[in-house]
Every structure is written in structure tokens, then in C-alpha cells.
Design a protein around this ligand. Structure first.
Ligand code: FEO
Length: 409
């Protein structure tokens, strides 16, 4: 239970979850998270903007008591996911006269998940306003900035944007406002990668819309508040843009070091040619870090041995996730070792059907990589250099044609 003032009439009453290890049982949370909830006190009415995860309902109710809230008129639900809506039933139990304010899509989802009766819900549309007495809430529908129901709420008089998941970060911190922008940028980038990247086109569109709003403070539903909105708006503009950087992400698995040796060699060659490189052993990698690395990367190279005729199961889960995250990479390739045959590449390629990338010829080697196999990896490097208009002085002649090839069968 922590109550802090943003302004004299706008309070932070959310909860810090220092210890949650995973979000949605999918996303690792190395820095915990927060569930932000905000109280807006008008001269006539009081509104709560979003609630908290059901596990932290007690924190929220205690905070409302500590803040001296004796009556509550509205609970604005920007988004039905239960990390923000889960405490609504308990809040309504405490304040039975309060109405839930949300859009039609969110109304349906709240009914499905929480059993909220429709008569408790005041439905609003895009651009609608709600006067509180000297404070005016304006609702802007932003579907797919995480779910189809998502909206943001703008407090006109104070120029505060309550952005829900949009521009949030999974960062448990005692700081109410961002002080270390570099640190928060990393957390927000990872959050963007995990939550927003699959909807990059929609996020791009809604970001443009926000540019037309006079925003003094951005108060998201996860992580610290942005007193300098330009910082996170500019970071998002970069992440959602179509521009990529000459960076290569190499998720890999290796059983007897053959594939690992290929990855090590390939990474070294790429670095020598000026690429940024991140390699991730998917058996122990933090998938959030993999996702964050994909935000800017021009290229993904999957590396796997062949197991039971297909890719190693350890790379399959990561590949499924990469496809679902829809990174903007422009080039994809595969490298790996096999014993006697299989269709690992074909299977992985099918799994990446959601990517709009050029598939460069793979480099597959029978057993351990040998001298000619390393030349084929040089070929792949050269093909990437050509596509990035980077120097190819160390590459073999055949590769300059962009003809990376397979060894063995
Ligand atoms: Fe933080 Fe989509 O919920």
C-alpha cells in the first residue's frame, strides 16, 4: 500500500510486485513489475483509473483507505486484462455505487472474465469525455495496443495521459517518476518487444495519433511515470519504424558442439564485417532478452542440429515465439549440423510464415564443420554484406553472388 501524489488531485495508488518471476506464465520478469492505478479527484466526482492484479487487491484497497477515499464514482477500465481489471469486483464491493467506465469491447471482456453485470458499466466511445468537476477525462480507443479492447485516458486539465500497457515497462522500482532514462528505455524496449511488437502497425498508427495531443506526463499501467513524454514517444517511434539496424540475432541449440562451432565462427565473421551480433542458447536463454534483441535486428539466423529428422525441440519453441512476435527483420537464414538427413530447414521455414523476410540459403553440414563448411558460412556473411551494402573484402568469390549453399546432401 503506497500512496503518492502526482499532482495534488491525482494520486498513484497501485502496487509494486517485486517478486513476480513470470508474466502470463510466458514472459520472464527479471525486474518484477508494477500494476499502476491512479486516483483522480474532481470537485464533484472521483475516478479510479485501472486497478491491479488480483493478487494485489489488498494493496489497492489499503491504498484507497489511506488516501481517504470515502466515495468513488467511477472505475475507468482501460483494458480488460486482469493485471489491470482483476481488482474491479473488490473495488465495487467497497464502493457499490461506483460505475465502471469502459468501451464496448472491454465491456464484453469484463463480463466474460469477471462476470461484471452490464448495468454496472458506463460505455464510452472514442473521444468521449467524462466531467469530474474541474477535471475532464477523455477516452481514446487504441485497439491492439495490447488487446482489441485497449483504450487510453487523457486528463485534459493536467495533460496527463494514462496510457495503460502502452509505453509501459516491467520494472519494479520505488521511483514514481523516471529518473534514469537509459535504464527505463531498456525495460520499456523489452516490454515493447514482448507485448507490442506483434501489433507494430497498429502501435505505429496510434503513436501518430498521440503526437497530436498536448501531453505533459505519461502515466502507464506498468513501470515508472514519464515526466518527459518525448523520451518514450521518440523511443517508440524508432522501434515501430520500418528501419532496421545491421544486427544479427542467432538463436541456437547445439548437442555435440558442431552447430555451436558454426555459430561461433559465423558470429565472429559477422562482427569482423561490422554487424552487431547477439547469440542466444535457447536451452537457457531469457526469451525476453531474445525478443528485445529482435526489435531492431535486420537479420535472424536460426541454428540447430537435426534431431529425429527435424529441428531440435529447443529451437522449435523459440521459433514459434519469434514468428508470433513478428519482428521486422528483413533477412532470415538457417545453419546447423545433421547426421544422415532430415527436414529441419523446411520445418523451421514453415514455422516462420508470419515474417516478411527474404530467406537466404541455409548452411547445413554433415557432422562437424570442416574447411569447406566454414567457406559456406563466409558465403552467408558475404550475402548479408551485399544486402546491407557493407564491405565484403574477406568473403569468397562464389559468395559475392549471394549464393550461400549447403554442404553434404
Ligand atoms: Fe498489462 Fe495487457 O495487460
Amino acid at each position: 500500500m503506497i500512496v503518492r501524489s502526482i499532482t495534488s488531485e491525482v494520486l498513484s495508488v497501485g502496487s509494486i510486485d517485486w517478486d513476480r518471476p513470470m508474466f502470463d506464465e510466458l514472459v520472464p520478469l527479471p525486474d518484477g513489475t508494477t500494476y499502476n492505478s491512479y486516483l483522480v479527484k474532481g470537485a464533484a466526482k472521483t475516478a479510479l483509473i485501472d486497478t491491479v492484479h488480483p493478487d494485489k487487491t489488498g494493496d489497492l484497497l489499503d491504498s484507497l483507505r489511506r488516501a481517504g477515499v470515502r466515495s468513488l464514482d467511477y472505475v475507468v477500465s482501460n483494458h480488460a486484462e486482469q493485471d489491470h481489471s482483476g481488482s474491479i469486483p473488490a473495488v465495487l464491493d467497497l464502493f457499490p455505487d461506483a460505475q465502471v467506465v469502459t468501451n464496448s469491447r472491454c465491456k464484453g471482456l469484463l463480463g466474460d472474465a469477471l462476470g461484471l453485470p452490464s448495468e454496472k458499466i458506463l460505455e464510452v466511445g472514442d473521444g468521449d469525455t467524462l466531467p469530474l468537476g474541474g477535471k475532464t477525462l477523455r477516452f481514446l480507443l487504441m485497439p491492439w495496443v495490447h488487446w482489441p479492447d485497449t483504450m487510453v485516458t487523457y486528463l485534459e486539465e493536467d495533460r496527463i495521459l494514462f496510457s495503460c500497457d502502452f509505453m509501459g515497462s516491467h520494472l519494479a522500482t520505488s521511483e514514481l517518476f523516471v529518473t534514469d532514462e537509459a535504464k527505463v528505455r531498456e525495460a520499456a524496449k523489452r516490454y515493447y518487444a514482448e507485448i507490442m511488437m506483434p501489433f507494430r502497425g497498429m502501435v505505429q498508427k496510434h503513436l501518430e495519433r498521440l503526437r497530436g495531443l498536448d501531453i505533459g506526463i505519461i502515466a502507464p499501467s506498468h513501470g515508472p511515470i514519464y515526466p518527459r513524454p518525448g523520451f518514450i514517444l521518440d523511443a517508440y517511434a524508432e522501434w515501430v519504424s520500418d528501419q532496421v539496424k545491421p544486427e544479427v540475432v542467432i538463436p541456437y541449440v547445439s548437442m555435440y558442439e558442431s552447430t555451436a562451432r558454426m555459430v561461433t565462427y559465423l558470429a565472429a565473421q559477422l562482427v569482423e564485417h561490422g554487424f552487431g551480433v547477439r547469440t542466444f542458447n535457447l536451452i537457457r536463454a531469457d526469451l525476453g532478452e531474445v525478443a528485445a534483441a529482435l526489435v531492431d535486428a535486420s537479420t535472424i539466423v536460426l541454428a540447430s542440429p537435426t534431431v529425429l529428422g527435424g529441428p531440435h525441440p529447443g529451437i522449435v519453441g523459440g521459433t514459434f515465439l519469434i514468428n508470433a512476435l513478428k519482428p521486422k527483420a528483413k533477412f532470415v537464414s538457417f545453419v546447423g549440423s545433421y547426421g544422415w538427413g532430415g527436414t529441419a530447414v523446411e520445418q523451421l521455414k514453415k514455422m516462420l510464415a508470419g515474417l516478411k523476410a527474404e530467406f537466404l540459403p541455409p548452411v547445413l553440414v554433415k557432422g562437424a564443420p570442416k574447411e569447406n563448411d566454414y567457406k559456406l558460412l563466409d558465403s552467408l556473411v558475404a550475402a548479408l554484406c551485399l544486402r546491407h551494402e557493407m564491405g565484403t573484402e574477406n568473403a569468397g568469390a562464389d559468395v559475392r553472388k549471394g549464393s550461400a549453399a549447403t554442404a553434404g546432401t
